[in-house]
Unconditional design. Structure first.
Lengths: 242, 61
């Protein structure tokens, strides 16, 4: 499988999650204190590293076809959930995620907290945000990299680039990255995850895809077209029966 | 973290999408065993997943 495709998908998915985590960390840093925000981030990253270190190698103990099947099903479900949200947002049926609003909400909550509790709340808030968003990244990186060490390297490199880039931009601006086209990225990642998931589930079940890896491209185009049609249908005003 | 939370973390809040994936898997298994070209099973799988996506988009959650 093409390493650049793996790295690109991993990069986009990780960038989306990194923006969401960064928004919360920035809010804690501004509203409470930077040492608390950075300490919570560091602890969450350590916890994540431990989870990946424990569960990552276990994947290689599973027979490859069974692994492809499990990974494929998880990716398909994950991809459908992302794609559904992105379609509903494009169709105007769900509010677009607003990082500025999320940031202001977190800052207001932290400022309203009692002084004695605020540091603890700030720490837990930043820790949870980094851990949960990071877990999504870890699932994507580990599942994409489950096939081989090389694939894991491409996948991890894509994620690392995204996290570093988003962190640097966020820290330089000291404000939420609200201009990142998050929904468009989620849409693309949803299509990619669903395509990879379909491909691997098929391989796990014994499907010999026409064109081998090339069929991933056909699957991506197919899901993109279906999603585009669904956005158009969901956006259309409904007729009310008399 | 309980099982429900893990499930929602992976599959989101749609009930129809996971059902479609389950139907797609069963269909693909049957077709792989029966069909002369297993690509048909792959195409059927993708089409059922796409239908599941459509059902999920119009689902009330």
């Amino acid at each position: 499988m093409n390493g650049w495709t793996l790295a690109g998908t991993s990069f986009l998915a990780s960038a989306v999650e990194a923006v969401e985590a960064l928004t919360i960390v920035l809010a804690v840093g501004v509203a409470r204190s930077w040492p608390i925000a950075l300490r919570a981030t560091a602890y969450a990253l350590l916890a994540l590293a431990a989870i990946v270190a424990v569960f990552g190698p276990l994947l290689h103990l599973i027979p490859i076809d069974a692994l492809k099947l499990v990974v494929g099903i998880v990716l398909t479900l994950f991809g459908l959930a992302w794609l559904r949200k992105a379609i509903l947002r494009y169709a105007g049926r769900k509010a677009l995620r607003d990082e500025d609003a999320a940031y202001e909400r977190e800052v207001a909550t932290l400022r309203a907290a009692e002084e004695s509790q605020a540091d603890k709340i700030g720490f837990v808030t930043a820790f949870k945000a980094v851990l949960i968003e990071g877990l999504e990244v870890a699932i994507i990186v580990v599942t994409f990299g489950a096939g081989s060490t090389l694939a894991l390297g491409w996948s991890a490199a894509g994620a690392a680039c995204a996290v570093v880039l988003v962190s640097l931009v966020g820290l330089a601006l000291k404000s939420p990255a609200s201009r990142v086209p998050e929904n468009a990225m989620k849409f693309v990642v949803g299509v990619m995850l669903t395509s990879f998931g379909t491909f691997w589930t098929g391989e796990g079940l014994g499907v010999a895809w026409w064109g081998a890896d090339l069929s991933l491209l056909f699957l991506a185009v197919f899901y993109l077209a279906v999603s585009g049609v669904l956005v158009a249908i969901a956006r259309a005003p409904r007729t009310v029966r008399a | 973290m309980n099982l429900r939370a893990i499930w929602e973390f992976i599959a989101g809040d749609s009930r129809r999408a996971p059902v479609a994936v389950a139907i797609a898997i069963v269909t693909a298994i049957v077709l792989v065993r029966m069909a002369p070209a297993s690509t048909i099973a792959g195409v059927a799988f993708a089409c059922i997943v796409a239908l599941g996506l459509a059902a999920a988009v119009f689902e009330r959650t």
